[in-house]
Design a protein around this ligand. Sequence first.
Ligand SMILES: *Cc1c(COP(=O)(O)O)cnc(C)c1O
Length: 608
Amino acid sequence: MAVGLLLDLEHQQGKPVPTLSMRKQPSFSYPDTSTSLEARVAYFSMEIAIEPEMNTYSGGLGVLAGDTLRAAADLGVPLVAVTLAHRRGYFRQLLSPDGVQTEVEQPWQVDAFTTPEAPLVWVEIEGRQVAVRALRHDIRGVTGHVVPVFLLDTDVPENAAADRTLTDRLYGGDTDYRLRQEIVLGIGGARLLLALGLEPEVFHMNEGHAALLTVALVGRTLAGRTFALAGPDDFARVREQCVFTTHTPVPAGHDRFSMEQARRILGADTTDMLERAGGAHEGMLNMTYVALRFSRFVNGVAMQHGIVSQAMFPGYQIDAITNGVHAGTWASKPFLELFDKHLPRWRRDNVTLRYAIDIPEVEIVKAHREAKQLLVDAVMDRTGETLKTDVFTIGFARRAATYKRMDLLFTDAERLVAIAKKFGGLQVLYAGKAHPADEPGKSKIHRVIELAHELSGGLLKILYIENYEWKLGGLLTSGVDLWLNTPKRPYEASGTSGMKAALNGVPSLSILDGWWIEGWIEGVTGWAIADLEEEAHEAESLYTQLDEVILPLYQDDKEQWQRVMRSSIALNGSFFNTQRMVEQYALNAYFPQELATEDLETLASASH
Ligand SMILES: *Cc1c(COP(=O)(O)O)cnc(C)c1O
């Protein structure tokens, strides 16, 4: 495949990657080898789920970023990543018995997981010079290729006390704090890569948070001229280097700052330059517009999200590259072993999962039973509650944003109870955090927990499990029997938890939104909830699917149920992974020119 030609091939020829892969120690004890790195692509993201013990992510965006880097490492893509250290993490969620969320800081062991890099760079914030350094953590792929992550840190003695806390809290503080963080991420990050001797050809902004990297690139293009002189030619030069992925059609998900705020924090010259370049919208500095103006390739994260984004931003060409999950990360242990046994090359070549269609159903059922047991044990550990492995179990876990409608399942509580009775039992597991400032989200959680108490007992058991994070996500998506998703269309840009479920043989019941539009084959990979005007009608469709299709199938037609499990893996696990996704980024976003030439040469030589 053409994409392989432009990836780092050294490891595939049996030679170790020089210096980096020679390292046998954990990532915190190696010499500074950054100058030997090849960094053709720089990937910038405000959050990245790097390791479960590193609290540097909040949810879907960060998990996707981490899965992207893990796939890039597997494929040998010459890529480096930039994020912030987030020394105090996002937050650990505590839930009172009656369902009130409180938040606790989650500092993590920065020194145990990262190594400081030598260079210090400076960014201007509110007229002050703030020092930024990088802490490095390496992600190693299945073939040994390393993708380094540079976690930016302002907690250095050169800085005043307040500035030392700028890289502490992910999505914490007010909008001033956020803008300062975005200066560190974008401008600080781009300068740091140069200070490390890296010269990426492509800068990938994962969401608008990273848009200020374009300021550093404009500055570089100006080569000493002042920002006041920056014009269309300079902007065009920066545009050639940038790629932008937008992640949500929800307006609140697009960062905006008042022009006053921008002038004060970012400086008048920089703000004026961004305004001239087209980065202001409706009287505010809008990070999505900054990123759009400065990018030669822009994409949404699923087919429908590309179309919705195109309508939101007419005048820009917006493509779609559908998200995925890192298969080696999200397959549960029993399925890792099953895939290793039947599809030995699957970790290097995820397409091989397509041949899961040849794995005997009994082995899939056995692996799933083990995954369910792991979940039941973990729930016992975390809550003291006993679940039954032989009772049909539904999972619902995601950020408690209102459009996700976590209470849709309770629209007609009596019907839910009746279904549980009719089929001899039903277990429903919930999890999800609400952003500390998201009061409507918090009251959704409260409502679900209240209803869980009210309705549980007898044959229906509903549990809300505290503190949804990486490990719990893995246990839930692999251990339940059905993955439920009820967003209000078209607000779910992609969604990835259903992809994790599919990889583990767990079918979805979902509104046809985000990725499910592409992954859904009725009765083969799961089931659709009708997308209707009225919420009550959508809930009706959900109950009818459970009552008349899904539970009867589970109970009375084991063979067909097992085929659904298997086709979830074969059809959806083989496509909705970040290996396919990163290949699409390489082909379409990062190196389109090169591939065009490559392909032409191949064609030309074939025709001789
Ligand atoms: C996968 C994952 C998400 C994203 O799931 P969505 O379906 O996009 O909501 C969020 N949080 C955690 C902990 C995850 O593992």
